[in-house]
Structures are given as C-alpha cells and as structure tokens.
Design a protein around this ligand. Structure first.
Ligand code: ADP
Ligand code: MG
Length: 143
C-alpha cells in the first residue's frame, strides 16, 4: 500500500496523473472517499496522465462517461446514486471493466459485489485537523 498526502486539488491531480502512466490496458481503479474528497479531481488527473484532453465531471445521471478514442479509453463511473447492482447490467458494466480501456469507479464501495478481483483501491480521506485542503490518498493493489 502506498500513501500520499495532498494539499491542493492540483496536487491530487498530479498524483493521479503519475499513477496513470503506470496503468495498463483493462485496469480497474476504484475510488472511495466522502463527498468533496476529491474523487472527480483524481479522475481529471488520470485523464490528463493518459494524455486525454477531456472535460471530466461526475457522470451523476448517466453512471458512466467515456473519454478518449481508439485504444486510449477512460471509462468514468460514478455509482453514488445506484439503486441496485442490477442496474449495472443494463449499462453493460462487465463489458467496460473487462474491456481494453481503463475503468475508474467513484463510490466503488456501493457495488462491492460487482467489482473484479484484480483492481486498484484508492481512498481519499480528509484530516480536518490538518486543514481544509489536506487529503491522504492511499493506493492499494488487490489481486
Ligand atoms: P468528489 O468527486 O470526491 O465528490 P470533487 O473532486 O468533485 O470531489 O471535489 C473536491 C473538492 O475539494 C473541489 O472543490 C476541490 O477544489 C476541493 N479540494 C480541496 N483540497 C483538495 C485536495 N487536496 N484534493 C482534491 N480536491 C481538493
Ligand atoms: Mg465526484
């Protein structure tokens, strides 16, 4: 498990952009942390690190946004409002996560039973005693 600290949105994006360079086709990145922790900011950094000039915002109403083209795809899920994991089948979740693109899932803890065994688990946590913009970011490889 690796642990980083961030003191700004920009720093969080930078940590994500560095991680992006190490990702391989088909990797699944799970992102958890409270509302406003910086999950979407992290995804923005991932996209940039992949060389994508994408407008990243949380896909709250569609569950998934797709960025990129050809063999550089980033699938951005936000399952905050998912009612049941059955809804994932309707959007073809497995085809995304077992596909060639990179998948990143905000609020992955809401769909624990549908996550692949092999994934990266990233948790972004505030530490209010260290200031409003302080975050710890842990990255754990699950196999
Ligand atoms: P989430 O997707 O987890 O709900 P967002 O990425 O949408 O969170 O928003 C994070 C908010 O917190 C933004 O307004 C951002 O400017 C702010 N922020 C402050 N400090 C940080 C930090 N260290 N990392 C990420 N975001 C931060
Ligand atoms: Mg978000």
């Amino acid at each position: 498990m690796r642990e980083y600290t961030s003191n700004s949105e920009k720093e969080t994006e930078e940590i994500a952009a560095e991680l992006a360079k190490t990702l391989k086709k088909g990797d699944v990145v799970c992102l958890d942390g409270d509302l406003g922790a910086g999950k979407t900011a992290f995804v923005r950094g991932l996209a940039r690190g992949m060389g994508l000039d994408a407008h990243v915002s949380s896909p709250t109403f569609t569950i998934v946004n797709e960025y990129g083209s050809g063999d550089t795809m980033l699938y951005h899920f936000d399952v905050y409002r998912i009612g049941s994991e059955d809804e994932l089948y309707e959007i073809g979740f497995d085809e995304y996560i077992f596909g060639e693109g990179i998948s990143v899932i905000e609020w992955s803890e809401n769909i624990q039973d549908s996550l692949p065994d092999k994934r990266l688990e990233i948790k972004i946590m505030r530490r209010p005693e260290n200031g409003d913009d302080f975050r710890t970011i842990t990255i754990e490889e699950i196999k």
